[in-house]
Design a protein around this ligand. Structure first.
Ligand code: HAM
Length: 419
């Protein structure tokens, strides 16, 4: 029968890949825990309308990349292309956002129907942080300090931080007019994509990668020269706080991000090591979104970090724990039955120890081979004579002398080894 293949742009994480994933996720989790943030989990499925309203009807994500379908009940649903909209929806619905602060994180799969290539997939994963109810640049700075700590703990080097402020809604609307007249007076230099955006989303033209438009974009009016005074002060304080923290950044006046909900601070961490997929992490403030989704106004700031991209940047020599610490091998049926009890006793007494028990029989050599493959430090071997003498044979697998240990002492023996 013909084999069924995985869906294009999706990946399996097999047993050989999972240690690196676990290292990545455990490190990220322990960093967010060290800042006192709480986890939130929201459904993968949401109403399509949510993303249209939050991410923006004329963004690439909503226009071209959503997995949207009609549910049998008649609802239009989408697999989430990003995490922020769902968290805000859940926060409003559960009364978590009004007049309070929340510092939330998630690790979750996202779906975008993009053209798959290295670092770009149709199902991918993000760690996201969303903070509500804190207005000042102090929390923007903490958010960026968290990302800097991610890189430090993961051993990822060579990323650069780009920073911009999109100002208030009003400042952006005024600037938008200015930009539209500038591009209109140079309309013959705009490519087809940008001409289309001139009406719908002119700020995104600044993000164009088309080299033929580079000069036009470089000479365009800058939002940073037209910020409202509060946003300007917010941004200057943020830069000051990053200087205090010793975090280097590049001011990029053309950084606008691909989602519509941002205001004031926006930032991206970029790399030269992943080809076209050069953004590893992106985020910013989205103070107007809660109201836009029907909640009472409150401020918000956050980021999303692509785990597949972070994984590609991890050093080769990350610490990977072996599958097992001890491997229990038995010669004969009686000894095999004895090991059932011993293995559970060891798990009761030494919960941190990884105990792998031989199953499916096999001769001595075969069992030791499996023991070696498990990565264990010790094989604990029990045959008929050990059973009779109420002892076990402990064979160090990475060098050292074999020894006999009484059954009564085996827990203490292992405890001493792993002190
Ligand atoms: P985003 O910039 O669309 O922002 O995505 C954040 C990160 O997700 C990207 O920097 C990238 O690492 C990863 N990513 C995006 N698309 C793909 C893909 N097709 N394959 C692999 N990785 C991908 C957001 O999603 C916002 N929700 C971030 C945010 C949270 N802003 C405020 N709060």
């Amino acid at each position: 029968m013909a084999q069924i293949q995985a869906v294009k742009g999706t990946n399996d994480i097999g047993p050989d890949d999972s240690p690196r994933w676990q290292f990545l996720e455990n490190t990220l989790r322990s960093v967010v825990a060290s800042y006192g943030y709480s986890e939130i989990r929201t459904p993968i499925l949401e109403k399509t309308e949510l993303f249209k309203r939050a991410v923006g009807e004329v963004t690439d994500i909503v226009e071209k990349e959503m997995y949207a379908f009609d549910d049998l009940g008649g609802d239009r649903l989408s697999l989430r292309p990003e995490g922020t909209a769902g968290v805000v929806r859940a926060g409003i619905e559960r009364g978590l956002l009004y007049n309070q602060t929340q510092r939330l994180w998630y690790i979750a799969p996202m779906f975008r129907r993009e053209k798959p290539q290295k670092g770009r997939y149709r199902q991918f994963h993000q760690i996201g942080i969303e903070i509500f109810g804190l207005e000042g640049p102090d929390v923007d700075a903490e958010l960026i300090r968290i990302t800097a700590r991610f890189w430090k703990e993961l051993g990822i080097k060579g990323l650069r931080l780009e920073l911009n402020s999109l100002g208030s809604k009003q400042a952006r609307a005024d600037y938008r007019q200015l930009l539209v007249s500038y591009f209109e007076s140079n309309a013959e230099q705009l490519d087809a994509d940008s001409q289309r955006r001139l009406e719908s989303n002119p700020l995104r033209i600044l993000d164009s990668k088309n080299p033929a438009m580079a000069k036009l974009i470089a000479e365009a009016p800058k939002l940073s020269d037209h910020l409202d005074p509060e946003s300007k002060e917010h941004f200057e304080t943020l830069c000051q706080l990053l200087d205090d923290a010793g975090i280097e950044y590049i001011l990029n006046p053309n950084l606008v991000r691909g989602l519509d909900y941002y205001s004031r601070t926006v930032f991206e961490w970029k790399t030269d090591d992943l080809g076209a997929q050069d953004t590893v992490c992106g985020g910013g403030r989205y103070d107007g979104l809660i109201e836009q989704l029907g909640g009472k106004p409150n401020t918000a700031v956050g980021f999303g970090l692509g785990l597949e991209r972070a994984l590609l940047l991890l050093p080769d020599d990350i610490p990977v724990a072996p599958q097992a610490d001890v491997y229990l091998a038995a010669m004969g049926e009686g000894p095999a039955r004895y090991l059932n009890g011993l293995s559970e006793l060891l798990r009761d007494e030494l919960p941190a120890l990884r105990v792998m028990q031989n199953h499916g029989g096999g001769n001595f050599k075969g069992q030791l081979k499996r023991a070696d493959k498990s990565g264990a430090q010790f094989a604990i071997i029990v045959g008929e004579s050990e059973l009779e003498n109420r002892c076990v044979t402990v064979k160090p697998l990475r060098g050292g002398e074999q020894q006999t240990v009484s059954q009564n002492d085996i827990v203490d023996f292992l405890q001493n080894q792993y002190k």
